[in-house]
Ligand binder design. Structure first.
Ligand code: NAG
Ligand code: NAG
Ligand code: NAG
Ligand code: NAG
Ligand code: NAG
Ligand code: NAG
Ligand code: NAG
Ligand code: NAG
Ligand code: NAG
Length: 757
């Protein structure tokens, strides 16, 4: 070794030594810096969250290292802070502006909070970030993450971000594997954004306002969803090559058209193909039959031609088949009777007139959900429906079925939902219905049924949602009716185990019929229905989770237990309402309006967890039970058009959540309406035709506004500002709860799904 070389070597060692020392010093002081930054973060959160402070309040200044603080992860040698997870910490306010001072930060999860404001510029200086999850917040403004070149996972789902995405994609694409920007307000084109994202595998752009043409490169992903956007044009054959990697492809609810290219069969691994809600035309390519892993095929609401290729029968795993709303007429295609393994068969919204028996669909061993609603079937309900081996959800509404309900329907022992509404059925409700102990939902509204409610119905211990409205049913309410829905737990439990609601496609239609849309507290949900939320609501119902808070009579404690409804409006029921009704502790909506009920209202209703009680247009008489004043969660009380008498119960003034109230046309009611409190918030229209009732002067003087009377099926809420505010607050919290529930469900479901794949 020459002197020179030795010298160089020495110099080199020295440099290395120097670097090592520096690194040591810097990293030593850096954990200290990291701790300081975290303490800054803590006081920042402290400042922004006066009430809910989450677990970062446990971050203790005295501890030597921040590495064991909740939500904090450090590098394996404990040298630096690498991860912050504040998911679900109840954080509100803007994003902390100094995350970049944590120079080794690689994972940042702020999901499931109510973080607002824009994405701060500081965030894009976190150069080492690999995982960024800001999902489920209310972040707005434009996407601005240029600089995050190490990102592998980006989740921004469910926020309020807007504008285009071109400036960020492909700029942050280098290492990106998962990108989820669904449920925001992004707009503009997508077709030139992801071409250079060579590592991308999961891309979710759903529920935004994207427009323009499809991105033709999506086939190399494993999962691509662009559902609920405004994309247009056709899907080119060249999109699908031999190298197609797709497992989940969801193009639903866009404006795509043209034929489905047969090359889609190149995607051998495809498990879900969802083309629902576009304008695809032509014959389904028979090559789809080559997709041997296909489980879900959703082709509804398109313009496919009637011939379904036989090759589809080769998809031996096909469980969910939706060919609703494709304008098919005549008989149900015979091929449907040969999908032996199908579990969900959804053919609603076509124009079928026959073929129910001849197609053989009723013999399918595994069909658990059959939806033939909104077609043109007529004639008597086939007895053969009752021989379906596995059916749980039988939806035959909106047809022209006539004649009576075959008693054999009582043999469908797995049945959980039976919807025969909006047909022309006559005759009486068969007592055999009482054999259906798993039945949760019985929907017979808008037919011409006559006769009495069979007492056997009380054996339906799971029956929580009973809608018999708008028929010609008569007689007294049998006391046994109060036994329905007394214990649906076994049904709910088995649904939890079997994941019944897991994947479907016609939930929204079903849900819309399930929800009595014109009633609070359901009306809120009506506005939130998207394809995803419907699925979630449906699943929550089937598993027995409540959708809105209720409180039992006499209590103000709200619980989120499931609650049922009893809709008997628009019939000819008569006689007294039995006192046993007080036993129906799982029911919160009673609509007995437009009948011929008479006698006194039983005071036992004061024990129910009611949110709606409507007895309008009957012949009830006697005093209004003061016990109604105990129903602290009551929102809607209609006593109009009866013959109540005696003194107006002042206890009703305790009903602080009441947003709709009507006592009109009870000419023998006397007494005075208090000048303060909840009752004073209602207008004159709530007290019409009560000559003996003394109203506060200000109510009497309100100008006579002639309101259009709302129709039964489309009721728009209108109220005075003061009630409205309370109502708004309530609605917002309900909505928030629902959205949260919906989202957490979707997320859980997706994760589960991911793992499965
Ligand atoms: C960010 O944190 C570092 C380290 O604690 C500090 O020196 C710097 O002033 C902070 N910057 C801002 C903008 O707060
Ligand atoms: C669907 O496509 C057909 C034929 O191409 C066209 O006539 C029809 O207007 C389209 N419908 C919609 C809703 O775009
Ligand atoms: C029906 O489902 C069962 C259980 O999932 C399965 O074992 C059976 O093979 C299916 N029947 C047909 C005909 O596919
Ligand atoms: C349901 O029945 C009621 C009462 O018979 C009627 O007013 C209403 O229009 C019907 N609804 C529909 C959608 O047919
Ligand atoms: C009570 O029920 C009747 C009959 O269904 C309906 O017309 C009325 O609008 C309902 N009242 C309220 C306040 O919802
Ligand atoms: C209504 O109630 C009044 C007072 O109780 C009674 O005199 C009258 O007969 C009742 N009318 C009807 C039609 O029931
Ligand atoms: C109460 O019922 C009467 C009779 O149906 C109706 O005219 C009035 O508009 C209703 N009032 C309110 C506030 O809905
Ligand atoms: C994207 O996020 C939404 C909301 O959390 C979730 O429902 C969806 O499954 C996610 N997409 C993917 C591909 O994981
Ligand atoms: C982001 O956070 C949400 C809510 O905590 C979670 O469900 C989701 O799986 C996370 N996303 C990714 C891609 O990990």
């Amino acid at each position: 070794m020459s002197e020179d070389e030795t010298d160089q070597c020495r110099r080199f060692s020295f440099i290395v030594f120097f670097i090592l020392i520096t690194v040591q010093i810097v990293s030593g002081s850096s954990l200290q810096t990291d701790k300081e930054v975290l303490l800054d973060l803590k006081s920042f959160l402290n400042y922004q969250n006066r009430v809910n402070r989450g677990r970062c309040m446990e971050w203790n200044e005295q501890s030597a290292s921040p590495c064991d603080w909740p939500g904090i992860t450090c590098s394996s040698n404990g040298g630096r802070v690498t991860g912050i997870n504040l998911s679900g910490y109840d954080i509100s306010g803007t994003i902390f502006g100094n995350f970049s001072a944590l120079t080794e930060l690689s994972d940042l999860d702020l999901s499931k909070n109510t973080i607002s404001g824009e994405i701060v510029a500081d965030l894009s200086r976190c150069k080492n970030l690999k995982y960024l999850n800001l999902s489920h917040n209310i972040i707005q403004g434009k996407l601005n993450l240029i600089g995050l070149n190490s990102l592998e996972t980006l989740d921004l789902a469910v926020n309020r971000l807007s504008g285009g995405i071109q400036s960020n994609f492909p700029a942050i694409c280098d290492r990106l594997i998962i990108a989820n920007i669904s449920a925001n307000r992004f707009s503009g084109r997508i077709d030139n954004c992801f071409e250079e994202c060579w590592n991308l595998q999961y891309l979710d752009l759903s529920s935004n306002n994207f427009s323009g043409q499809m991105w033709p490169g999506f086939q190399r992903l494993r999962e691509f969803s662009v559902s609920e956007n405004f994309l247009t044009g056709d899907v080119l054959a060249s999109t699908f090559t031999e190298h197609c990697n797709l497992e989940i492809l969801d193009l639903s609810e866009n404006h795509l058209y043209g034929e489905v290219p047969k090359e889609v069969s190149n995607c051998k691994g495809l498990v879900t193909l969802n083309l629902w809600g576009n304008n695809f035309t032509g014959v389904l390519p028979s090559e789809i039959g080559l997709l041997s892993n296909l489980k879900g095929l959703y082709l509804g609401s398109n313009n496919f031609s009637r011939e379904i290729p036989d090759s589809l029968l080769n998809c031996s795993k096909l469980a969910f088949l939706d060919l609703s709303k494709n304008g098919f007429g005549g008989d149900i295609q015979e091929i449907f009777g040969r999908f032996n393994q199908v579990m969900y068969l959804v053919l609603h919204g076509n124009s079928y007139t026959g073929g129910i028996i001849s197609s053989g669909i009723l013999k399918l061993q595994n069909v658990s959900r059959l939806d033939l609603s909104s077609n043109k079937f007529s004639g008597p309900l086939q007895v053969e429906f009752s021989e379906m081996p596995s059916v749980e959800f039988l939806i035959l509404a909106f047809n022209n079925f006539s004649g009576s309900i075959p008693p054999e329907f009582g043999n469908l022992l797995h049945l959980q939902a039976l919807d025969l509404s909006f047909n022309r059925l006559t005759g009486s409700i068969p007592p055999a219905i009482g054999k259906l102990s798993r039945l949760l939902w019985l929907m017979l509204a808008n037919n011409s049924l006559t006769g009495v409610i069979p007492p056997e119905i009380g054996n339906c211990s799971s029956l929580l949602w009973l809608n018999l409205a708008n028929n010609q049913l008569s007689g007294k309410i049998p006391p046994e009716l109060s036994n329905i829905g007394r214990n649906a737990t076994p049904t709910f439990e088995s649904n939890k185990q079997n994941n019944r609601g897991k994947a479907g496609s016609s939930e929204c239609l079903v849900i819309k019929r399930w929800i009595p849309a014109d009633y609070t507290p359901f009306s809120f949900a009506y506005n939130l229905l998207t394809r995803k939320s419907c699925r979630t609501i449906w699943r929550r119902l089937l598993e027995g989770y409540g959708l809105f808070p209720i409180c039992i009579g006499g209590s103000m404690v709200r619980t989120l237990q499931i609650s049922g409804y009893l809709q008997l409006a628009g019939n000819q029921f008569a006689g007294e309402v039995p006192a046993e009704i007080g036993k129906m502790q799982n029911f919160s909506i009673f609509n007995l309006g437009i009948n011929e009920f008479s006698g006194k209202l039983p005071p036992e209703i004061g024990r129910l967890p009611l949110s709606l009680f409507n007895v309008s247009h009957n012949k009830f008489s006697g005093e209004i039970p003061p016990e109604i004043g105990q129903l602290r969660c009551l929102q809607n009380l209609d006593l109009s058009y009866n013959n109540f008498s005696g003194s107006f119960p002042k206890s009703l003034n305790y009903l602080t959540e009441l947003s709709k109230f009507n006592i009109s046309y009870n000419p023998f009611i006397s007494g005075a309406i208090p000048t303060t409190g909840q009752l004073a918030t209602f207008e004159k229209e709530s007290f019409l035709g009560n000559p003996l009732l003394v109203l506060p002067a200000f109510i009497n003087n309100t100008s006579d506004t002639t309101e259009e009377s709302p129709t039964n099926w489309e009721y728009e809420y209108g109220g005075k500002p003061n009630k409205q505010t309370i109502w708004d607050v309530f609605l917002v919290s309900l909505a928030a709860f629902l959205i949260f529930g919906v989202l957490s469900f979707i997320v859980t479901w997706k994760c589960f799904h991911f793992k499965q794949n």
